[in-house]
Design a protein around this ligand. Sequence first.
Ligand code: FEO
Length: 398
Amino acid sequence: MAPVAIKDNIFNVGVVDWNIRDFHGYSTYKGTTYNAYLVMDDKITLFDTVKKPFKNDLLQNIAKITDPQKIDYLVVNHVEMDHSGSIPEVIEAVKPQKVFCSPMGKKALEAHFGSHAWPLEVVENGREISLGRRTVRFLETRMLHWPDSMFSYIPQDRLLISSDAFGQHWATSETFDDEVALTELLRHAAKYYANILLPYSPLVRKLLAAVGEMKLDIDMIAPDHGLIWRSRPEAILKAYDDWSLQKAERKALIIYDTMWHSTEKMAHAVASGLADEGVSYKLLHLKRNHRSDILTEVLDSKALIFGSPTLNNGMLPTMADILCYLKGLKPTGKIGSAFGSYGWSGEAVNDMVRWMEEMKIEIVEPPVRVQYVPNQDVLAQCAELGRRVGRAVKERTA
Ligand code: FEO
């Protein structure tokens, strides 16, 4: 990727990672980007770096704009390795006068890279520095999504460099939101929110409120992953407002796995009940849908109905995987139930219900279990479960 001018004398010098397919358990089936921003001012400043294997690409991109050794300042908005993995080599190549980071950023840099004679300068929330014609205001965004995270705001360019926030894992040859379809872009942003930021939704709300109170004049949001919001920054701000409220649609998910198709038959019967009530639903087979794609669906669903047969006195491992992942991401305001077949012991349904209760998912209908194979009576019970959950969805989303 060649550098792209995003404003006068401001360039994205980051890289596109077309081939990454797993990002610590998140399926990046369309790759990602590691954006880094070079501001050409009296003090030439680089905001963030890239994942370690892409260090040469970053330096080559910078060299197309200026000699990397002319960079005066490095800003570290976030210490996770996809943005800071190449920091030691970049500092060695650039020899910046100053490296700015948050208080927690200093601790994280030292924890990751040990002690160095780097010219670190800790910036508190709200601190401003001058680059010459421009100023940079640093905004701490602690726990969004790491303790060290911060934003950099350049008022003269109405530019918010937002680190991970408002990003998407999507590798494209395009740079800006207006160069792609908004629906697909928001879908990638929703997946990013559901899998990275969902547990911090209360902090997202506080941040959005604080940004509103500061009356920051923003006409571009430049995240460290994916497309830059040039034409429609309000679209992603509105989406974050909705997602952080965990607003649910009239929608239910049936998340299941099956051994010999008995639980699958039950899943389809539950779906028929939801259809009877006119509730939108999705059947998500755990061997056909990645956990991170399921979380994207969870984001705007009111009901979660889990189905697993019993294996070795417990649920199937795929069900344990999604419940463990879901619990960590702390969805709120969900309702649901469970179902499943068994041979002789039948613990899976109770185990799933226990996990749901721990997540404060309200069980609005008793679960259905069946030994071996569901007959028509059992399938009718499953359809009734679907209808009752469907009616509860309609009541709670009215
Ligand atoms: Fe893209 Fe939290 O790193």
